[in-house]
Write a protein that binds this ligand. Structure first.
Ligand SMILES: Cc1cc2nc3c(=O)[nH]c(=O)nc-3n(C[C@H](O)[C@H](O)[C@H](O)COP(=O)(O)OP(=O)(O)OC[C@H]3O[C@@H](n4cnc5c(N)ncnc54)[C@H](O)[C@@H]3O)c2cc1C
Length: 476
């Protein structure tokens, strides 16, 4: 059976991977000339990589880790020390760490919180712990129900100190969703926290050893192609063509560089596009169906990824850092964290600017100037004095619509992978799965779409979805 899949982000590639495993023939059609969607990366004229986003993998990503294993590329994940590191803007140039000891969950995470005295007083820790109790005791169902509140509203209802919000949750909320706690649904950080509290290595972080396009997406393409599937770049879906009964008749692909449009037919069809292009492309008759109407409640959130190459080493920290800056979110010195970007003499900082609503339409020069001003505040020792660090070059990658904006009430808008149209399925991190708008969510959504197809059109189940990685994977 041929399955046409629009979109070669992680969701589309994962869907194709699990379909070939089950004996289907997927044809993945990607609009751009690069694999990966939100994980896409490019090489500049000097051979240096720049990316759509600074990406890290967590121990609590069971489906992603299983995929690495199935592709035989587990050694490409560079696991870091089990710690979360925050900048202390009130003491420039210093860091506060939550070191997670190698003991069972949740004692490990709780110990790391109790041991940290820079960011929380004992009273705040106790109130924070009491506030979190319902989420821990009542589990994911409670967490899902909290989608009616913003994180800030939820923290206030739980009586958690305002300082916990400003110190920890602003950083977490910006890192997970690119928006602030007054906007983000309480479900999102609570879901992440629940996972971190349940799994011994859940909050342990890994970096890929090179660009996601080459080191993760390409092996997926090779796997798919070796087993009879196909992945086509520069193949934009222009229109979903319908039969009289409302099912899909074909994908109309836009011809590029003067080539005519092409109709591609298959037995089944999947959209693995992000939600914004899908909404634009919905055929008129489908717009009347409640299932698709709900998509109106979802839209991508803007975010900006910056790369700054300096003339010297600024730090030897081999880890993701939470900046706690109003302008920036997480960042890393990629010359330390990633094998292929390694440099002993010079730092390359990759930084996420979020929330980016007010910055997305500004010039690259303005964005750079604001970022440098922020770095000067965080690290006066590198940028002040007689011999300040020099910026050698930079890249700014803007994404006006990235993952779905996870404001309160969005859970009800997220569609299942199976749709009311008999031969049409959805994949994408915005579709309903428990890992939110993440790489893990994208991979899981692709697997769920493949499973839905296999259960509708053949009794063979594609692959078990994983709810916990602990038992399967030893994380080094
Ligand atoms: C700055 C940034 C940092 C991030 N950091 C992390 C992180 O640290 N950890 C983490 O887990 N997640 C992170 N994410 C989120 C993660 O990247 C996404 O959740 C995931 O990659 C989404 O994959 P997807 O396949 O669902 O969607 P997408 O990646 O958006 O893929 C959709 C694909 O469809 C294609 N497409 C669109 N229209 C058409 C068309 N008409 N025809 C054909 N193809 C089309 C697009 O070009 C794209 O390739 C980050 C995202 C960003 C932007």
């Amino acid at each position: 059976m041929r399955v046409a899949i629009a979109g070669a982000g992680l969701a589309g590639l994962s869907c194709a991977k699990y379909l070939v495993d089950a004996g289907y023939t997927p044809i993945v059609l990607e609009r751009r000339d690069v694999l990966g969607g939100l994980v896409a990366a490019w090489k500049d004229e000097d051979g240096d990589w720049y990316e759509t986003g600074l990406h890290v993998f967590f121990g609590a990503y069971p489906n992603m880790l299983q995929l690495f294993k199935e592709l035989g590329i587990e050694d490409r994940l560079q696991w870091k020390e089990h710690t979360l590191i925050f900048n202390q803007p009130e003491k420039p140039g210093t860091y506060s760490r939550f070191d997670v000891p190698d003991i069972p969950a949740p004692i490990n995470v709780i110990t790391s919180i109790l041991r940290n005295n820079d960011m929380l007083t004992w009273e705040q820790k106790i109130r924070f712990a009491i506030g979190l109790l319902p989420a821990i005791v009542r589990g994911q169902k409670y967490v899902e129900n909290m989608d009616k509140y913003s994180l800030l509203e939820w923290l206030r209802r739980q009586g958690v100190d305002e300082r916990v919000n400003s110190d920890i949750f602003i950083a977490a909320s910006k890192a997970l969703t690119f928006i602030n706690p007054d906007e983000v649904s309480a479900t999102v950080p609570l879901t992440a926290l629940n996972r971190f509290l349940r799994e011994r290595y859940g909050s342990k972080v890994a970096f890929l050893d090179g660009s996601p396009t080459e080191r993760l997406c390409q092996p997926m393409v090779d796997y798919i192609s070796d087993r009879g599937g196909e992945v086509r770049l520069n193949a934009p879906l222009k229109e979903i063509l319908l039969n009289e009964n409302g099912t899909v008749k074909g994908f109309l692909l836009r011809g590029l560089d003067g080539a005519p449009d092409e109709v591609l037919t298959a037995d089944l069809y999947v959209s693995a596009m992000s939600v914004d292009p899908l909404k634009v492309m919905l055929p008129q008759p489908w717009k009347e169906i409640d299932f698709f109407k709900k998509l109106e409640g979802l839209e991508g959130v803007p975010v900006i990824n910056l790369h700054l190459w300096f003339d010297r080493k600024l730090s030897d920290i081999d880890q993701l850092l939470f900046s706690r800056s109003p302008l920036l979110s997480v960042y890393a010195d990629m010359s330390n964290t990633c094998r292929e970007y390694a440099n002993r003499d010079r730092s390359m900082l990759e930084l996420v600017l979020a929330p980016a609503q007010d910055w997305i339409s500004k010039s690259e020069e303005d964005i750079l100037a604001a970022t440098m001003a922020e770095l000067e505040k965080l690290f006066p020792m590198h940028f002040g004095g007689d011999n300040p660090a020099k910026l050698l070059k930079y890249r700014v990658v803007k994404t006006p619509r990235s993952v779905y904006k996870a404001t309160p009430g969005r859970q009800a808008c997220r569609p299942s992978q199976k749709t009311p149209i008999a031969n049409f399925y959805l994949a994408g991190s915005y579709t309903m799965q428990e890992f939110l708008g993440s790489m893990e969510g994208a991979v899981l959504s692709g697997k769920l779409a493949a499973n839905a197809i296999a259960s509708d059109y053949s009794p063979k189940i594609v692959s078990d979805t994983q709810v916990s990685g602990e038992t399967q994977l030893a994380i080094g």
